[in-house]
Design a protein. Structure first.
Length: 601
């Protein structure tokens, strides 16, 4: 994770400097619906701020007027933006206040539109990052970027008309509220841990770079255990911890990007890191500039990796085709070089034609064209006469004799094409910039490996129109339930693996129910099978029965008769279990890894 609570705290200062008092004039949404761009202006200037909810690149950026007006506007994002009505209520509202919520990775932007007071809530919480527009007076949600229903989180739901509830709070300490006595109590409690773990694990917002800075300034080695520190070193640790937090609170920071040995961005730092060589740093005057550059480089690297993979796949696929062709040509060449043999076979068949009976598949004849007259075996087409077989061999002789030069040329040309593509693959793997891929792309266009209008990007997966119900068993196994006959077929014959379990209420109509295994060899527990059977009984005509029989078997034993209607199947090797129809206590909490049931990256 890059954007911590402390980065948000520092970025708030810059957001206020650039956005307070400005009017939101336009709202744009990216094509992938992960980014929202707010254009703002006052009498003096225009600018914008970007909210990105991408699970790996979640962030807030401030864009200046030049970036908005340039011909390549938003080019750094490498995305297409279009106007949206998603947050229409916020258009033409005036930004009055910008705050951080509970020292969390959440920014609240308070706006006024005529007499209406609204708030934009920007949650930068990893894979659950979200943008929510709500009324200020009653906290009712007016719109949101991502909806969260009970199946995704038991802790809170995000839907239009519901009251806004923030994500579950952090258990870590707020470093701005900690006093000396509390710090030393934590040191005593965490004495078995090393210094970096202590700082990162106990204080909200402190990342590895900040922990290393505090440790370095205190003359403490990064791998040192707390129990090995002297009283003096513990005092130094507190003093430097307090000093850094105070500098952050006064916005006395020196933002920089840290690079690896290949000049790739690996992290951000709020302070200069004296233990990192200068060639591995890029310094900035503002945190926003550092964030923009960091993510631009990260996204460039991701795009480069994606396109290199795409181009590499095309090259390897064509090399494989050419090598297969080369192998076949080698075989053809070997046969063509023996063209005189087929002439001999034709001559022998003509010489012995009166002694050969039609219908044979092969014959052994004495070779009259050699002194020793050794015996040779000749294959025959049983449906042809000896004369026609001879003519066929003469025809093959002429074809191979004439084609020998052509086969040699094709083999040589194929070998050259393989070498060209292998060199191209070698050159591709050395490229380190997106712009450097243009030459390779031009070679692809000229050779016809890709079409002119084809974009070099990852193929989008086709969206399925189906959204089956989802539950979890007490063992954590996923249970999928079809909503209609077509979805039943989709679940059973497309989504499920051959080793998953299939359930259905016996002798009554109902949903196809799939119990997903964790892996092929691990069988689900009896409790998971019983719970799934109860769900299958619940979603059937036997729902109101006190007891209902349910059959189950492996997916590989479920077949669909030819021409059968959707949902109709034939089942083999099934077992029967008697259960009471019911559902689990709650739907599947698909994203539950953090406190209160919400994943926090």
């Amino acid at each position: 994770m890059v954007i911590s609570s402390i980065y948000i705290f520092c970025l708030i200062q810059e957001l206020r400097q650039n956005l307070l008092g400005k009017k939101i004039t336009r709202i744009l949404l990216s094509e992938d619906k992960k980014d929202v761009l707010f254009l703002t202006q006052d009498k003096k200037e225009r600018n914008a701020f970007l909210f990105c909810s991408h699970p790996d690149f979640f962030r807030i950026e401030i864009l200046d007027e030049k970036e908005i007006q340039s011909p390549d506007a938003y080019a750094s994002l490498r995305k297409d933006f279009a106007p949206t009505n998603l947050f229409k209520q916020a258009e033409f509202s005036l930004i009055q206040k910008i705050e951080q919520m509970n020292f969390d990775r959440i920014v609240k932007i308070f706006c006024i539109k005529r007499t209406e007071e609204i708030e934009l809530v920007l949650e930068l919480t990893g894979r659950n990052s979200n943008l929510i527009l709500k009324r200020f007076k009653d906290n009712v949600i007016l719109n949101c970027l991502k909806k969260i229903d009970p199946q995704k989180s038991r802790y809170r739901q995000i839907e239009v008309g519901l009251k806004y509830k923030p994500p579950p709070p952090h258990k870590k300490k707020n470093p701005f509220e900690l006093e000396k006595e509390g710090f030393f109590k934590l040191l005593k409690k965490e004495k078995e841990n090393d210094i970096l773990f202590f700082l990162i694990n106990n204080f909200n917002g402190i990342d590895l770079n900040l922990a290393k800075t505090i440790s370095f300034d205190s003359s403490i080695k990064f791998e040192s255990k707390i129990k090995d520190l002297t009283s003096e070193l513990k005092r130094f640790l507190w003093e430097n911890f307090f000093k850094k937090i105070k500098e952050i609170s006064n916005y006395k920071i020196s933002p920089q990007i840290i690079l690896d040995k290949n000049k790739n961005p690996i992290s951000l730092s709020l302070f200069d890191l004296p233990f990192v060589p200068d060639q591995k740093k890029i310094r900035f005057s503002k945190l926003n500039l550092a964030i923009k550059k960091f993510f631009f480089l990260k996204i460039e690297k991701e795009k480069l990796k994606e396109q290199k993979k795409y181009l590499s796949t095309i090259i390897q696929k064509n090399i494989s085709k050419l090598k297969k062709r080369e192998k076949n040509l080698k075989k053809d060449l070997k046969e063509a070089e023996n063209y005189e043999l087929y002439k001999k076979f034709g001559g022998l068949l003509l010489f012995y034609k009166n002694q050969i009976k039609k219908g044979k598949e092969k014959i052994i004849l004495k070779d009259i064209f050699e002194e020793g007259q050794r015996e040779v075996e000749i294959k025959l087409n049983p449906i042809l006469s000896p004369l026609r077989n001879a003519q066929a061999y003469f025809k093959k002789y002429k074809k191979l004799k004439g084609g020998l030069k052509i086969i040699k040329k094709r083999k040589e040309k194929t070998r050259k094409e393989v070498l060209i593509l292998e060199k191209l693959l070698f050159d591709l793997n050395k490229k380190e910039k997106l712009s450097e891929l243009e030459d390779i792309k031009n070679v692809f266009l000229k050779s016809g490996l890709i079409r002119k209008k084809e974009k070099i990007k990852k193929k989008k997966k086709k969206k399925t129109p189906y959204s089956p119900r989802e539950f979890l068993t007490s063992d954590g196994l996923k249970v999928l339930v079809g909503k209609n006959n077509k979805e039943n077929d989709y679940l059973t014959f497309h989504l499920a693996k051959s080793y998953d379990l299939w359930f259905h209420a016996q002798d009554v109509s109902g949903s196809h129910v799939i119990l997903k295994k964790q892996n092929k060899d691990k069988s689900p527990s009896k409790s998971s099978i019983t719970e799934t059977a109860k769900i299958a009984a619940y979603f059937s005509r036997a729902k109101k029965s006190s007891k209902a029989p349910v059959i189950f078997t492996l997916i590989k034993y479920v077949k669909k008769p030819k021409g059968a209607k959707p949902g109709l199947v034939f089942v083999q090797k099934e077992k029967t279990i008697i259960v009471s129809p019911s559902l689990p206590l709650s739907p599947s909490p698909l994203v539950q890894r953090g406190p209160g049931g919400e994943d926090r990256k």
